[in-house]
Design a binder for this molecule. Structure first.
Ligand code: NAD
Length: 356
């Protein structure tokens, strides 16, 4: 290590139960927290899974509320809080991806109800104290320890139904957390270890997941990687890549995981010259000599989108994003200039191979 060690690390209080079939431990997890009437949350698409989880929880369940939506619109949050109050819920079990866990967080933010998260994507929200709420097309986010789930049950069997396209993009979304944690202003040795191992596990597992979605071993390795990458997201401050995705998603309504997938190789290529230790860690993780190129190629092998144009982003939208991500300063390894961001977005628009 070239530089003298100098860091602060704050561990987050969190209980994790991991393994195929571990959803069976949910009644015990809920009891450990002293919860008697939990509200089970999901999206409408995952209502069947939520109902099965509710059935397994038996007497501990106050009801199922299957109305989670992407980016937690304030009216969706208000309705869920009202349902929780009407049913006298004392906690939530959130079964799903970032949208469902985000709804649990919106309830916890207001009422402090503990969350038990059962993640079924690789987005990583379950490991963070970060909440988000959307009103009038604007997404507000914040950090609050009340929204950090008390327990997380990772069961790879629940991820088998995640479509291969979303498995691939959600997995790259998770790798993006690891990439930015490695050069974060609040990086620390333990988080860097988790980031490198998380990126390695996902890059190794995702091709097998896409080739054989029911392969529980590959699903388990991908979910393990997503746990590590989510922990990195919860512990560090994200930079240019996440700012770009936030601007693209917020202003152009681009899909979350797909946007991360397209942008990551370009954001990494931009930052790479100023983040050499991160590049070295990612080269070990990806078995490559150029991690931005390796991620671009991995995305291609997974059959995931590689250009913003393919996601419906218009060329004349570039200036709006440039303005948003350069408006206020934030920590990033390389200076964020309008020219630099413009060039990055032009390459991402067309999906030309990233050049560091
Ligand atoms: P998502 O939760 O929106 O899920 C996408 C779709 O996939 C939904 O229809 C869902 O029902 C379905 N789905 C999820 N798991 C499935 C499974 N196993 N089988 C079948 N269908 C399944 O997607 P996401 O990418 O997990 O979450 C994105 C949202 O989470 C965004 O709003 C993002 O901002 C937020 N997020 C927040 C944090 C945080 O720390 N606060 C972290 C990551 C993501």
């Amino acid at each position: 290590m070239a530089e003298a060690l100098n860091f602060t690390y704050q561990a987050l209080p969190m209980r994790v139960v991991f393994g195929a079939g571990s959803v069976a431990s949910l009644p015990d997890e809920v009891s450990r927290l002293g919860l008697r009437r939990v509200l089970v949350l999901s999206t409408p698409e995952q209502e069947d899974t939520a109902s099965r989880v509710a059935a397994a929880l038996g007497d501990h369940v106050a009801g199922v509320h299957a109305k989670a939506r992407m980016h937690v619109p304030v009216e969706v949050a208000a309705e869920a809080r009202q349902v929780a109050t009407d049913l006298g819920a004392d906690g939530c079990v959130a079964v799903g991806g970032g949208s469902t866990i985000g709804l649990g967080k919106a309830i916890a933010l207001e009422y402090g109800l503990p969350i038990v998260a059962v993640p079924t994507t690789y987005a990583g929200s379950e490991m963070t104290p970060v909440w988000g709420l959307t009103e009038g097309g604007q997404k507000r986010t914040g950090r609050d320890s009340r929204v950090l789930p008390h327990a997380v049950v990772y069961d790879p069997e629940l991820t088998v139904s995640l479509p291969t396209g979303l498995s691939a993009t959600s997995g790259i979304n998770a790798i993006a957390h690891a990439v930015e944690a490695l050069y974060a202003p609040d990086a620390s040795p333990i988080i860097s270890l988790m980031a490198e191992e998380g990126a390695r596990a996902l890059a190794s597992a995702l091709p097998s997941v896409v080739a054989a979605p029911e392969d529980i071993e590959a699903r388990g390795e991908a979910l393990y990687g997503s746990w590590l990458c989510g922990s990195c997201l919860g512990a560090t401050t994200m930079s240019l890549h996440h700012k770009l995705c936030h601007a693209l998603g917020g202003s152009f309504d681009l899909p979350h995981a797909e946007t991360h997938t397209v942008v990551l190789p370009y954001a990494l290529a931009y930052n790479a010259p100023a983040a050499l230790p991160a590049v070295a860690a990612l080269n070990r993780a990806l078995g490559s000599g150029d991690p931005a190129r390796a991620l671009f190629e991995l995305t291609g092998r997974l059959g995931a989108p590689r250009s913003l144009r393919a996601l419906g982003f218009p060329a004349d939208g570039i200036e709006r994003v440039v303005e948003q991500v350069t408006a206020t300063p934030y920590a990033n390894p390389r200076a964020v200039t309008p020219d630099g961001v413009r060039e990055l977005l032009r390459s991402a628009l067309d999906g030309t191979p990233p050049v560091g």
